[in-house]
Ligand binder design. Sequence first.
Ligand code: NAP
Length: 257
Amino acid sequence: MRILLLGGTTEASRMARALADARRPAIFSYAGRTEAPAAQPIPVRIGGFGGPEGMAAYLRDHAISHVIDATHPFAARISANAVAACRAAGTALVALERPAWAPVPGDDWTRVPDADAAAAALPETPAAVFLAIGRQSLQPFAARDQHRYLLRLVDLPEALPIPNAEAVIARGPFTTEDDLALMRAHGITHVVAKNAGGSGARAKLDAARALRLPVVMIDRPAIPARPVLGTVEEVTRWLAHAGVPAGSGPAGTERGE
Ligand code: NAP
């Protein structure tokens, strides 16, 4: 029996640590988006599988019995692929997914379905917008060029995809104190966020509340139905009930499979 852990999140790294501690045979999969992904205590492979068919073939070729999908809640394609591939290969699947954030008293949120709607929800008058939504969802803001943008990105891109933009390069977790200072220093008037959930990125929402700033919150994309658990401990229990034995897998990194 062997586990494939789909990663790219803080939760995935925590899950990898739990799998290593329990000496369960497991392999960690990164998409390969960032230049220096976090090191993991279990063997790592990097790169796409080639769609659901490619993942199903990988599951069969590597005798994977269990898949843990700990990808980001906005990584909808890989999660849909995992549902289809596990069904095709007869592999057990569980998602490790953090609960979405919910507004608390003092929050001023406008909820929107996607990045296009988020760009449209910004005011017509010039604003100073903190866009902490990752590199891939920036394009819709290019046309709203009356605004000034502060981007927070993991890697510095060759060119910023929107005009009037400045980038800070940083990797979470972030603190409310630091996000308050950042937003004050840049005179931010609006925050655009994805409803990622979890603790690592919520500081900007706490800072926005403290500064009484409006937040445009992008809701999570739809993902096909699958079993979902909220914590590493629950997934560990799921594996124990599924009878995944303790053991140790091979070490090393395979890139671009
Ligand atoms: P996506 O749109 O759902 O996936 C696009 C393609 O990337 C997939 O079809 C798959 O290629 C490949 N892929 C994605 N995750 C993979 C993984 N863990 N292992 C191997 N291949 C993977 O995903 P995305 O939004 O581009 O995100 C890419 C990665 O960054 C994810 O692993 C996610 O956890 C992480 N991440 C995403 C966000 C976000 O806001 N979207 C934020 C933080 C971290 P094939 O079809 O060829 O298999």
